[in-house]
Write a protein that binds this ligand. Sequence first.
Ligand SMILES: C[S@@+](CC[C@H](N)C(=O)[O-])C[C@H]1O[C@@H](n2cnc3c(N)ncnc32)[C@H](O)[C@@H]1O
Length: 273
Amino acid sequence: MYSCAGLGVTATNNTATTMEEDDDEEEEEEKEEEEEGGNKSLSSESDEEEEEEEELMLGSGKGNRERWIEHYASSHRILLVGEGDFSFSLSLAKAFASAHNMVATSLDTHQDIVSKYSNGIENVRELEEMGCLVLYGVDATKMSKHFFLRTQRFDRIVYNFPHVGFIFPEANGCQIKLNKQLVKGFLMNGKALLRKEEGEIHVTNKDGDPYDKWDLVKKAKKIGLALHESIPFCKDKYPGYGNKRAHGSYSDAPFRLGDCTTFKFRLAQEGSC
Ligand SMILES: C[S@@+](CC[C@H](N)C(=O)[O-])C[C@H]1O[C@@H](n2cnc3c(N)ncnc32)[C@H](O)[C@@H]1O
């Protein structure tokens, strides 16, 4: 036994050693706790960063993380229909810096895309790398029955320059009828895949004769879609987009646009006619 007067403690050697150990242990525990605390805040910081990254990818974040190009936002779930060489889809994807929110479709098969367009497959590759789901052989007039699409709902459903191809001359009554059937079928199927809350179907078409004869707005109204807005379409607003003929031996060539309009339709309110 010895007196540990300096510490104000009387203890046996053993006890003294034990108390020193206790102090050491406490210090170590404190250190550990401090470190743990540090790690905790580190891990919660990295959790937050991960969440932010995810939000950015989905475009679902608050504030200015959401990216826009014209009428389309990275927070929208977007279905593109009747694509040519997929350059319109890619233009949106590049603006969003992601394509996780997009499903891009074409009536063409994969092989058609290879043979018809000089950039088609490269565009598809880029889209897929950015997270886009690309689907081939999707008929706009039947897509609400498509095995995958029928399980999905979209904020924006977009078809630029619907056209069945030149079976008759453009202004011929039969050609107009076929194009009208295509648009009607698209609108009906689009309606079934549209999110009820502020979902929009966009059709872009050339202005003037014979396109006016397609009676887009009247057709939509009969189907239960109300015209929300119609806005001049400007191709230059979509960098990289090349409008394609998509039919015949000049599939990869552009067609003359002239004045064009994007018609935005929403579900008609119940009771409105
Ligand atoms: C004039 S091209 C426009 C192509 C593309 N949207 C663009 O802006 O360059 C018409 C497109 O409609 C597509 N199409 C024709 N009938 C279709 C249908 N029933 N379902 C889906 N797409 C169709 C053609 O394959 C072609 O790609």
